[in-house]
Design a binder for this molecule. Structure first.
Ligand SMILES: [Zn+2]
Length: 47
């Protein structure tokens, strides 16, 4: 699965759990102060 962060970063994961973890790691590193729920991350994701 993959998702495009609004900043242009492509985030990938082998499954929902990995994608959510990768997205949270990216948000923490690149967008401190922003937090998305699992549902919000998956809403932006493509299989
Ligand atoms: Zn980003």
């Amino acid at each position: 699965m993959q998702m495009n962060c609004p900043c242009g970063e492509l985030i990938t994961g082998a499954g929902e759990d990995e994608l959510v973890d990768a997205a949270r790691a990216h948000l923490t590193a690149a967008h401190p102060g922003r937090a998305y729920t699992r549902d919000q991350i998956l809403f932006f994701a493509d299989e």
